[in-house]
Each structure stands twice: as C-alpha cells, then as structure tokens.
Ligand binder design. Sequence first.
Ligand code: DX5
Length: 213
Amino acid sequence: MSLLITPSILSADLTHLQEEVDFVRSADWLQVDVMDGHFVKNISFGAPVLKNLRTSLPLDIHLMVSNPADRIDEFLKLGAKNITFHAEAVTDTAARQNLMERIRAGGANVGIALNPGTSPIAIDDIVEEVDLVLIMSVEPGFGGQSFLPSVLKKVTALRKKFPELMIQMDGGIDDVTAQECVKAGADNLVSGSYIFQSANRAAAIKNLRAAGQ
Ligand code: DX5
C-alpha cells in the first residue's frame, strides 16, 4: 500500500480555512478532528464548519468524542470517506459492530483509534473487521504536541499481525518522525502543525511523502 498523507485542519488558520484546504490539495485525505470537550478537554468543530468547504480530498473524520454514535449521521451526510471512533469511547463489542454497520451503510470506511496508553488487545474483538486502525502518537486533544516514540512498537506489532491493514498515525508527525512511523509500518500519516506551520504547505507534504520512498 502506498503512503497516504493526511493533513489535519485542526492546525490550519481557521479564519482562512478554504484557502488552507486549497493549499493542501496535493495531499491524499483531509482529516477533521472532532472534539467534544468531554472525551478530550478541547472542543474543536463539527459538521457545520465543513458544510461550505470545497475540496476534492476524501474527508477523514476523527471522532474524539464520548458518544460517536450521536455524531456519525451529520458526517455521513457530508460524504465522509472514513470515520474513526476511539476504542476508549466504545468498549462494548456489539456497540462497536453496530457503529461499524451504520458507518458502512452510510458509505464510509471505519477506523478505530487507540490512545498512546491503550494496548492493541483492546481492539482484538474488531481489528479484523475495521478498515483502518489509528495509532495516536500524542494524547488526543491538541495539535502541536511532541511525538511519543513509545507507540512505535504497537505499530510494528500490528503490522506484523495484519500486513494488509491500513495503519494511520497521528500526533507530532513531521519530516523526521514520519520516517520512524513508516519504518514501524504505518501507511497513512496525519500531520497538522508541521504542515500548517510550514511556509509552503505543499513542500511540507512532499517532505512527508519522501518518508515513504
Ligand atoms: C490530537 C490531534 C492532533 C492533530 C495533528 O488530538 O488529533 O494529533 O490531528 O496535530 P499535530 O500534527 O500538530 O500533532
């Protein structure tokens, strides 16, 4: 699988969001970090912010929310390509499967996310059914945090067990840490501040892509 680069708009200049999204059109996906102020301390944005956004990039919705079941319809209506919920927010297998069915019925792929301190054992019940596992390399809630290399062993172990699984990483990913992520087995990199704090967003995306070459 080739390396996908996924800018996170959490770190974009939200007063010029359409311009920022245009600047990253050379990426593969566009990630929207949805935070409810409960599952994570921070509150970010919801579907209304995306309503008038024009992009050809597939929307990757990262639900950092306590009740993802309440949130998915609004993003499915926007034509989301992928919706990821957190294993820590939905622990019951039947509830996870119901969520997965609803997301798929709405035309999107299903991701499940693990916080840095959560073992992959927590998703043993569903890992063979999801389309993507998101391994957080920072504690969720804020952009601009430092990369936690301790999570790399989780990625390596997951890649060894599931050679075909899409493994996304998110948090503190720049042109240096991207190399470590790819080496560990990640094939989809989310990056916010490295891209949106670079003078040239397209060049930053190119630098991240180089990690996969
Ligand atoms: C954390 C967010 C961030 C964001 C990426 O909750 O999920 O990881 O997407 O931000 P950077 O790349 O600045 O760490």
